[in-house]
Design a protein around this ligand. Structure first.
Ligand code: SF4
Length: 289
């Protein structure tokens, strides 16, 4: 199975996941894990609801405040594109699916489940899980890739220099990190050495993000970085091609932009990221009016 198909299934946009004949014989640990999960669900978790079955590094310097990296021409260009009729990419609307029976958890139950999760190999190398941060009732949801070294130590997403950069951009856009946004990652545990998440890990962790999105019910999603963007939009297109337009994830408007850690290593793209923020802000205003 290619990566795209796997990711589609991981985020619940692809066809129903079914193990091929002999798959479990080649992956006995997965069979054990699923059996244990099912037993735990039957023993202690709430019954399945009628809700539709729900649903993957980089480096770090100080950013000049976003306003300082913005050229007037860039903002004018962005403003012009945002005031035009919104360009929404045509993504197929498909029901969320998951490889395991989907159990809808309350927010605290979800936090507890993540904190104790051993669904993939990352549980053996993490210091702690990183569930998310911010206001679960926020109308903005920011989704990144996975915890890095600092996040793994502190248990919070987007800390360190990348987090400072994100905070600067949010503040310049008039958004408070704790009150106006909710921030989560595709993976809740740090891949060792900040390597890219692998498809099995994305699949194992997918239902947590899906449930977070359903709880938050954001007006707009800002997807940060290649992995989050490609995972949510089930595509392998580059951010360079995906940014600058309005996408949708399960009916929720989504803007794609660069990951702050990437921006710390690629100074010229900071202005583009700020354009994306301006675009997101303008679409948000339109959606809120
Ligand atoms: S990355 Fe996700 S699935 Fe894997 S152990 Fe952590 S919480 Fe569980």
């Amino acid at each position: 199975m290619n990566r795209s198909s796997f990711i589609q299934q991981a985020i619940g946009l692809g066809p129903q996941w079914q193990a091929r004949s002999g798959w479990f014989e080649q992956h006995p640990a997965e069979l054990d894990r699923q059996a244990i999960q099912l037993a735990q669900q039957q023993a202690s978790l709430p019954p399945l609801t009628d809700a539709p079955p729900s649903p993957p590094t980089l480096a770090e310097d100080h950013l000049p405040a976003p306003a300082m990296v913005t050229s007037a021409a860039a903002v004018a260009s962005t403003a012009a594109s945002a005031s035009a009729p919104p360009q929404v990419t045509d993504r197929p609307e498909q029901p969320l699916t998951s490889p395991q029976p989907q159990v809808e958890l309350g927010w605290e139950q979800l936090e507890h489940a993540v904190a104790n999760c051993q669904n993939c190999q990352l549980c053996h190398t993490r210091t702690q899980t990183v569930f998310g941060r911010g206001n679960p009732q926020a109308r903005w949801m920011l989704i990144g890739e996975a915890p890095g070294e600092q996040e793994d130590r502190q248990g919070q997403p987007f800390v360190g220099k990348a987090g400072q950069l994100l905070d600067n951009m949010l503040a310049a856009a008039g958004l408070d990190r704790e009150n106006d946004v909710y921030i989560a990652n595709v993976l809740k545990c740090r891949p060792p050495g900040n390597r890219n998440p692998n498809p099995e890990e994305i699949l194992a962790c997918s239902s947590y993000l899906q449930q977070q999105i359903r709880h938050v019910q954001p007006t707009l999603i800002l997807a940060l970085g290649r992995f989050a963007v490609q995972t949510l939009l089930q595509t392998e297109q580059s951010i360079g091609k995906l940014r600058g337009q309005l996408h949708q994830y399960q009916g929720i408007p989504l803007i794609a932009t660069y990951h702050p850690a990437y921006l710390l290593r690629n100074l010229p793209d900071k202005a583009k990221a700020w354009q994306d923020m301006v675009l997101a802000k303008q679409h948000f205003s339109r959606l809120s009016s």
